[in-house]
Design a protein around this ligand. Structure first.
Ligand code: GUN
Length: 281
């Protein structure tokens, strides 16, 4: 069994981004990322501060707009419009989830697609589905980078995705289809989850349920990608896969932490750098 070391790969990517940032600075451009953080969800605060730290390390300009839970939809929209027009900002990230009284779709549609480094705008999502150049969501792109790094061939592979969210499952399916894999997307209404996971060469799971994927649900030699990040009552961080037992059976597996998570941030920086390069052109 080989561990897919996302942490190491993310470090490698981030240091090459930092070098490119130095070169861009010589041309008078500093990549800029603005985050919008609404409410006081501790996980969201942790994610945003990790993203901010990575931005600083890579030499980006980075700002965070922190807003209270009680903020109105119109105020968030006005802030995004202001950032859309800020020439120092290349990328905009709206940390999800937003509070219940906010219409997430409406908010995401206000982000300028050229600054949509999270790839959540329907314009980018549609282009990803059509295999056209676009910002694709960072977590699925991070998974694709892991496959590339470890020379895992996707063509013709049977891949089972567990979870059909807009952020992970759906764009993951589109990227894999574009790589000529045969993709099955399962979700909470799937009648027999194990039937699908067991048949797959590669299982990709991101639903937020600790230990959902057990050893009897994957075939011998399968490749397992765990996108879940769950904090147990003990404080321990675990994924959606029963790592201890599943890892005995598979050929490759991502650990949690240190697997897909760091890659999400590296891809956010990569998308933002790409947006900044367009500014130079
Ligand atoms: N919430 C959970 N994952 C993500 C992510 O990748 N980006 C944003 N903006 N919010 C999230």
């Amino acid at each position: 069994m080989t561990l897919l070391d996302g942490k190491k790969l993310a470090k490698k990517i981030e240091s090459s981004i930092a070098k490119e940032v130095e070169e861009l600075k010589d041309k008078g451009v500093v990549p800029g990322l603005a985050a919008i953080l609404v409410g006081d969800d501790p996980a969201s605060h942790t994610y945003v501060s990790m993203k901010e730290k990575s931005c600083k390390n890579a030499g980006f300009y980075s700002i965070v707009h922190k807003m209270p839970n009680t903020i109105s939809q119109d105020e968030i929209i006005d802030t995004i419009k202001m950032i859309n027009n800020n020439p120092r900002i290349d990328g905009i990230l709206v940390q999800l989830p937003l509070p219940e009284h906010i219409d997430t779709t409406k908010i995401l549609e206000v982000v300028d697609p050229k600054k949509d480094v999270d790839g959540f705008h329907p314009y980018n999502m549609g282009r990803v589905v059509e295999n056209l150049p676009a910002f694709a969501p960072c977590t699925p792109v991070g998974v694709m980078e892991i496959f590339k790094e470890y020379s895992i061939d996707l063509e013709g592979k049977d891949i089972c995705i567990v979870g059909a969210s807009n952020i992970v499952g759906k764009p993951m399916a589109a990227l894999l289809l574009n790589a000529n894999a045969t993709v099955t997307v399962t979700h909470i209404y799937t009648k027999d989850l194990a039937k699908h996971t067991k048949a797959a060469d590669i299982v990709i799971v991101g639903v937020g349920v600790p230990n959902l994927i057990k050893e009897d649900m994957v075939k011998d030699g399968a490749i397992v990608i765990d996108i879940g990040i769950n904090r147990l009552e003990s404080g321990k961080l675990v994924g959606d896969v029963d790592f201890e037992n599943v890892s005995q059976k598979c050929s490759y597996i991502t650990p949690v932490p240190g697997g897909v998570g760091p890659m999400t941030i590296a891809m956010l920086l990569s998308n933002t750098l790409q947006a900044a390069k367009r500014r130079v052109k």
